[in-house]
Design a protein around this ligand. Structure first.
Ligand SMILES: CC(C)(COP(=O)(O)OP(=O)(O)OC[C@H]1O[C@@H](n2cnc3c(N)ncnc32)[C@H](O)[C@@H]1OP(=O)(O)O)[C@@H](O)C(=O)NCCC(=O)NCCS
Length: 170
C-alpha cells in the first residue's frame, strides 16, 4: 500500500491523539489516558520536546483520502550505561483496516534509519503478554523477548509513589 511516512507536525496532534485513544481502547485502557491533544502538542512542539513521532499518511494517488493519517510511531531517546545511546519505542499503531499491508514495518524501518543516524544502538519496548499477534510480529522483525531471555521485570513508579518519594528527600 502506498503511503508517505513523515515527521508529525503540530497540526497532526488531534489525529494522533485519536489514534492514541484507539490503541488504548484496543488495550482496554482508555481510562488510563489522561493527556489530550494540547498536552501532546506542547510536549513535542513546545520549548522542551519530550518525544519524537512519525506518521504515515495515504499517498496522493489514493485521492479521496489524501492526507489521511493511518499510522503513527511515538518514541524517545534514552541512555544505557552499557551501550550508550538507545531509543524507547512507546507506541506503534496502524489503523485496523490498513493492517497487514506493510505499513507498520515501513514506519518502524523509517524510525530505525532515524535513530541509527542519531547513534542509537538498540531499541527497547514492552508488549502486553496477551498481545500474541504483536509479540509474534516483533519476533518476526528480530526482536528478543528479554522477559523470556533474562527474566527482566517491567517496573513503574506511579504518580503517588513518586510524590511520596520526592517528599521523603532530606
Ligand atoms: C502490530 C502492528 C503495528 C503491525 O503493523 P502491520 O502494518 O499490520 O504489519 P506489517 O504489514 O507491516 O507487517 C509486515 C511483516 O510482518 C509479518 N507479519 C504480519 N503479521 C505477523 C504476525 N502476526 N506474526 C509474525 N509476522 C507477521 C509479515 O509477513 C511481514 O513480513 P515480511 O516483511 O518479512 O514479509 C499492527 O498490526 C497494529 O497496529 N496492531 C495493533 C496495535 C498493536 O498491537 N501495536 C503494538 C503494541 S506495542
Amino acid at each position: 500500500m502506498e503511503c508517505v511516512v513523515r515527521p508529525a507536525q503540530s497540526t497532526d496532534c488531534d489525529h494522533v491523539m485519536a489514534m492514541i485513544r484507539e490503541i488504548a481502547e484496543y488495550h482496554n485502557e482508555l481510562d488510563k489516558v489522561t493527556i489530550n491533544s494540547q498536552v501532546l502538542g506542547a510536549d513535542r512542539f513546545g520549548g522542551d520536546p519530550f518525544y519524537q513521532c512519525l506518521v504515515a499518511e495515504l499517498a496522493p494517488e489514493q485521492d479521496n483520502k489524501q492526507g489521511h493519517l493511518i499510522s503513527y510511531v511515538l518514541f524517545f531517546f534514552g541512555y544505557s550505561v552499557n551501550t550508550g545511546r538507545i531509543v524507547y519505542l512507546e507506541n506503534l499503531y496502524v489503523v485496523s483496516e490498513f493492517r497487514g499491508r506493510g505499513i507498520g514495518k515501513k514506519l518502524l524501518s523509517e524510525m530505525a534509519k532515524a535513530v541509527l543516524a542519531r547513534g542509537c544502538s538498540e531499541m527497547k519496548f514492552t508488549v502486553a503478554a496477551w498481545n500474541s499477534q504483536a509479540l509474534a510480529w516483533y519476533r518476526h522483525l528480530g526482536a528478543q523477548d528479554k522477559t523470556e531471555a533474562s527474566d527482566w521485570h517491567c517496573f513503574e513508579l506511579g504518580a503517588e509513589a513518586l510524590r511520596r518519594l520526592a517528599g521523603d528527600g532530606r
